[in-house]
Design a protein around this ligand. Structure first.
Ligand code: BGC
Length: 719
């Protein structure tokens, strides 16, 4: 559609002083049905800066509501935007969308690592920076994040994009991310993927999902509700299905739950090509039906398949009402008005060096990485390292001399930035200036399917390690082993790494494992060879410095696991907030008798200090209950301790999880210091649970509260 402007007077919708609702009404009254359909489509245009990609004559002319995945820079983006504003009849600005998950030019820790910090304030700050960078860098005003799905299966590659297995924790981070993205007012977040995509069977990406109404309410919905309450302007519907209906066509979820019960007032965009893919799921492959079903369900914008250009036909056939179309267009326009797109449609065209690494971004990235890393093992208090004792350090492993293992997926903009990361090898050289540092890769490739190891590399590494006092083993996953379409059937280490660890362990040298990973991995046997194990995740551009600060004791580790680590893939799913076992004394598996339970539980994480919890006391107050506990840092190092509050509802009419997190608080506690922590319990919020229809009930009965499972008390609640 290439309709040219005709009107010369200033229409009401262009008057910034008029109330938004009146502007929307006025604009909709001027739109043709084709223009409305265009407004509900999200298209791509060329991602390269070839000028031929940017003319109204090209098939992807900007008469859509939004463009996604455009990385052609602010200048080209503005050129396109100018066409939309100046050369189309109504001059409606486009929204510019791209996946922004854990940073843009500045890479912060991946979301799963962020959750390990139990410090959502850092997420809020980092997403604010990400929003500024992507706006300044290319005029992106729609961040397709945060991804807030609760995941129970580490084989599913996309857990790395989310905030772990706990709905409460994920909710806190979801809200923080939304606040951060939207803080400066010109960029919107997109909370995704609504809902239950993480329930894919066997962790197979894009596969069938089967989950109950209870799972929906107990696990999957809460982070979306938190995102809605934090004011997210947009959400993305997911690919999967629930209760026989693909989510984009699921009115019970998109309209009744999301709008009706959660009060979400923005608009929903489908995931890429999701409407079209409903045919693959055996729902409908008729484009007119796909269009009418999805729009009626409450999916306002179609990403990547242009399907909503069928709206005129769907309306003509009586499958869709104009009210439904207008309501959807109004929701999209409302976001554009709220963001100020009409008044401020163009992005700043800054020289590249001014668009990246805002002065405070680098410092925040380091601060964040210090809090994400989780110390899983520290035999005989090997860490922090006594640099006088270890003068010859061997840095070995495939991630020792690489930047990528620290960055995770969605890092394209960062990679276009000079000095976008560090290596562990370089960081070690800075932190141990007097030590003799040697390096060997130890194995050739990373591919867990095909890499059989490399005997020559392994031998070289053994020779290097022989000459050293200590080995820093840098291993795990590369970023492309976790993420979208990056599910794994097993979560073991690649074969080459297993062989390397075996060979090094025969030397009887102290080994410190530094594991980069975007998921939980299971390598209990190989970990036996390590005296200490620090989980680095993919903690961003400054991860290597943060890791060295922890190794040398400059920083006391404070990360705790936001997911349960299984001992082997056969234990999956395994998560902390499970429901009670029918016969608790029976072993889970006959082939795992001595080791029931996970390798490392949710909330696990060592520090260089020990924290002693006092007696937990609970008292009644006018508004509910109050719990108090003291936490003493009994070690020699100042540190940070997250107090995780778990609640167990001992008996209920609908059985409840054995425990669930209802709050957490991260405290800075100096060596020898004691801090008192207070938890205010609001019974309606904290003790109630959802019935299958979503109605919350509060039953009288016995509850047990625990602070980090170190101190607990039971209480009886009666209204
Ligand atoms: C992913 C979304 C993403 C979209 C656009 C899809 O394949 O599932 O998370 O936002 O692509 O890149």
């Amino acid at each position: 559609m290439k309709a040219k402007k005709t009107a010369t007077e200033q229409p009401l919708y262009k008057n910034p002083k008029a109330p938004i609702e009146e502007r929307i009404k006025d604009l909709i009254s001027r739109m043709t049905i084709e223009e409305k359909a265009d407004q509900l489509c999200q298209d791509t245009i060329g991602v390269d800066p070839n000028p031929d990609n940017y003319s109204l004559d090209n098939p992807y002319c900007p008469t859509c509501g939004s463009v996604y995945q455009f990385m052609g820079g602010a200048k080209n983006r503005n050129k396109f935007q100018r066409q939309a504003i100046e050369e189309t009849r109504l001059g409606i600005p486009l929204l510019w969308a791209i996946d922004v998950i854990h940073g843009w030019r500045t890479m912060f820790p991946v979301s799963l690592a962020q959750a390990a910090s139990f410090n959502p304030a850092l997420t809020e700050k980092s997403q604010r920076i990400a929003a500024r960078e992507c706006w300044q860098d290319g005029g992106i005003d729609w961040c397709l994040g945060p991804m807030v799905e609760v995941g129970h299966d580490p084989r599913w590659g996309r857990n790395v994009e989310g905030y772990g297995e706990d709905p409460y924790t994920a909710s806190q981070f979801a809200a923080a991310a939304v606040r951060g993205f939207q803080k400066d007012g010109r960029v919107t977040a997109c909370v995704k993927h609504f809902v239950g995509y993480s329930a894919c069977e066997g962790g197979r990406d894009y596969s069938y999902t089967e989950f109950s109404d209870r799972a929906l309410r107990e696990w999957y919905l809460p982070p979306f509700e938190a995102g809605a309450k934090a004011g997210a302007y947009t959400m993305m519907s997911s690919f999967n299905e629930w209760d026989g209906k693909p989510i984009p066509a699921n009115r019970a979820l998109l309209t009744d739950e999301l709008r009706g019960k959660m009060g979400f007032s923005g608009f929903v965009v489908s995931d890429c090509g999701a409407l079209h893919r409903m045919g693959n799921m055996g729902y409908t492959s008729d484009p007119i039906e796909q269009t009418s079903e999805a729009l009626y369900a409450g999916n306002e914008m179609a990403m990547g398949d242009g399907l909503y250009r069928n709206i005129p036909e769907a309306v003509e056939k009586g499958l869709l009402s104009m009210e439904t179309v207008d309501e959807a267009v109004a929701r999209v326009l409302r976001v554009k008005f709220k963001l100020g797109c009409f008044e401020n449609p163009y992005a700043p065209e800054l020289p590249r060096e001014k668009t990246c690494i805002l002065p405070d971004a680098d410092e925040l990235s380091l601060k964040f990485a210090r809090e994400t890393m989780v110390l899983l093992k520290n035999n005989k208090k090997l860490l922090p390292l006594d640099s006088k004792k270890f003068r010859r350090i061997a840095i070995i492993g495939p991630s020792a001399n690489e930047i990528h293992p620290h960055l995770g997926q969605w890092r394209a903009a960062a990679e276009a930035t000079p000095e976008y990361g560090e290596t562990l090898l370089d960081a070690a050289k800075k932190f141990f200036p007097k030590a003799e540092i040697s390096f060997a890769r130890g194995c050739a490739g990373w591919d867990y399917r095909t890499n059989p190891g490399d005997a020559a590399e392994c031998e070289k590494a053994v020779a290097v390690a022989k000459e050293a006092d200590i080995v820093l083993l840098c291993f795990g996953e590369l970023p492309w082993m976790a993420g979208e379409i990056k599910s794994r059937r097993d979560i073991c280490l690649p074969p080459g790494q297993r062989e390397l660890i075996k060979a090094l362990s025969a030397l009887n040298k102290p080994i410190i494992g530094l594991c980069c990973s975007g998921r939980a991995l299971a390598f209990q046997e190989e970990a036996e060879a390590m005296d200490a194990l620090l989980w680095l995740w993919q903690s961003g551009r400054r991860a290597p410095t943060a890791a060295m600060e922890i190794l040398t004791g400059k920083v006391n580790p404070s990360g705790k696991l936001p997911i349960t680590f299984p001992r082997s893939v056969g234990q999956i799913p395994i998560y902390y907030n499970c429901h009670g076992k029918i016969t608790p004394e029976a072993h889970d598996y006959q082939d795992l008798q001595d080791e029931d339970g996970p390798w490392f539980p949710f909330g696990y994480g060592l520090a260089y200090s020990t924290y002693k919890y006092g007696k937990l006391k609970i008292k009644k107050t006018a508004n509910g209950l109050e719990a108090h506990v003291s936490v003493k840092n009994t070690g020699k190092y100042d540190g940070k301790e997250t107090v995780i509050w778990y609640l167990s509802d001992i008996e209920a009419k609908f059985t409840q999880p054995v425990r669930r997190v209802i709050a957490f608080e991260k405290l800075s506690i100096k060596a020898g210091e004691t801090k008192d922590v207070c938890l205010k319990i609001d019974p309606k919020r904290d003790l109630a649970y959802s019935l299958p229809n979503g109605i919350k009930i509060l039953e009288p009965g016995e509850f047990v509260l625990s602070a980090s499972r170190q101190s607990e008390a039971s209480f009886w609640f009666e209204e």
